[in-house]
Design a protein around this ligand. Structure first.
Ligand SMILES: C[S@@+](CC[C@H](N)C(=O)[O-])C[C@H]1O[C@@H](n2cnc3c(N)ncnc32)[C@H](O)[C@@H]1O
Ligand code: SF4
Ligand code: SF4
Length: 368
């Protein structure tokens, strides 16, 4: 998954992870959700019959050897607040000494719920907020004006709580012009950091919403410019390693600390679906990304499986990556983006890389 994280609080940055050491678990607790965001990578699951991760499955995950040292637990979905056993799950994590992070659309994260999360040892909450405009929200996220007001109110309360609060947006054509305003709003509101996810769907659905690659350098350039004007922290964690081939990176790298990370899929992260399937990638449940099934195996077995090891070294089979000077640090970019938008399935070159490296981009700059 690609991310650009603008830090407002300098003590909140991503650690650099070691490939082969599991440190980040994404748990899709349920397929239930009260929104229908057009870009959602899990939208094919939302209208299936309700699925809620069994507590016994969570216990099995927590008891395994390989997860005991994992520091980052990310509750996702679907909407975690629609997960039938959420309180029980939080108590279980507290018993195991873990402090999970939750991603939510924020509609139902009322003050009493948030207070309970604080008591149950939640470390941070990530509100998804794609727009400040209720009519864009109605179009892009399929929510009401009342939902939108609830998110903003709940966010205001969360900022005053001891939790670390992050806001994230998915960059689409519908909100591209607003991203700077959202970032500014977050900085003014006292949010710890603002994350932008370039839209990468899980299949060729609503691809018309994707901001064309040719516009990405300008979008990133504009955002970094605004960010360093509004906030003196000047630290960005970015998981688009091939950006180092671009003019926009050359322009900003000495003015802002841009910390480049490779994608962690199968390298140090795994995602578990609400039904127990193990995927290397947070955005995917296609067979190419599935490396195990916790109804039949335990996570120690899956982590060391041939399937997971093969996935980790996939980038060595991509012709362009094989001869790339930064292949060891990039490891093939975003496999989901390559799989959905590339020409050769899971073994495609990541389109971002193709773009940043293309001589056309270098010769014609931003007019491609
Ligand atoms: C699938 S949602 C589940 C949790 C919760 N319902 C929410 O929206 O925060 C988890 C995160 O994935 C992001 N996301 C969903 N679809 C995406 C896509 N196509 N590209 C990038 N990020 C996406 C969401 O914005 C959210 O931050
Ligand atoms: S709120 Fe989250 S899970 Fe629900 S549709 Fe939007 S991105 Fe998907
Ligand atoms: S060629 Fe492959 S390894 Fe090199 S930057 Fe591009 S995606 Fe990453």
């Amino acid at each position: 998954m690609q991310k650009i994280k603008f830090r407002f609080n300098e003590s909140h940055v991503d650690s650099f992870n070691t490939p082969g050491v599991l440190n980040l678990m994404f748990l899709d607790l349920t397929n239930q959700c009260n929104l229908r965001c057009l870009y959602c990578f899990n939208q094919h699951l939302l209208d299936l019959s309700p699925s809620h991760m069994e507590i016994a499955l969570l216990e099995k995950i927590l008891q395994s050897k390989v997860t005991r040292k994992a520091k980052n637990w990310f509750f996702s979905g679907g909407e975690p607040l629609r997960y039938r056993y959420l309180d029980e799950a939080l108590r279980l994590f507290q018993k195991f000494g873990h402090h999970p992070k939750l991603a939510t659309n924020g509609i139902e994260l009322k003050p009493d719920v948030l207070d309970k999360w604080v008591e149950l040892g939640v470390q941070s909450v990530q509100f998804s907020l794609d727009t400040l405009n209720p009519s864009v929200f109605a179009e892009l996220n399929k929510g009401t004006g009342k939902n939108h007001r609830a998110i903003l109110e709940n966010l205001k309360y969360a900022v005053k709580s001891p939790l670390r609060v992050v806001v994230s947006s998915v960059l689409t054509k519908a909100n591209a012009k607003e991203i700077s305003d959202i970032m500014r709003f977050c900085c003014d509101a006292g949010i710890d950091s603002y994350t932008l996810y370039p839209n990468v769907p899980a299949a060729k659905i609503h691809t018309d919403l994707i901001v064309p690659l040719a516009q990405m350098p300008d979008v990133i350039d504009g955002l970094i410019k605004d960010y360093q004007e509004i906030c003196s922290t000047r630290v960005i964690d970015m998981s688009i390693p091939c950006i180092q081939f671009s003019d926009v990176y050359a322009k900003w790298k000495d003015k802002v600390a841009i910390r480049l990370h490779a994608c962690g899929a199968g390298q140090y992260n795994l995602k578990i679906t609400s039904e127990g399937k193990v995927s290397t990638c947070i955005c995917q449940d296609a067979p190419e990304f599935i490396v195990g099934d916790l109804r039949l195996q335990d996570i120690d077995e899956v982590w060391d499986s041939v399937e997971n090891r093969d996935f980790r070294s996939l980038y060595r089979k991509i012709p362009e990556c094989r001869v790339c000077p930064i292949q060891a640090e990039c490891r093939g970019g975003c496999r989901n983006e390559a799989y959905v938008l590339g020409r050769n399935g899971i073994l495609s070159l990541d389109p971002h890389c193709e773009f940043f490296k293309s001589s056309a981009y270098r010769k014609e700059g931003r007019n491609v």
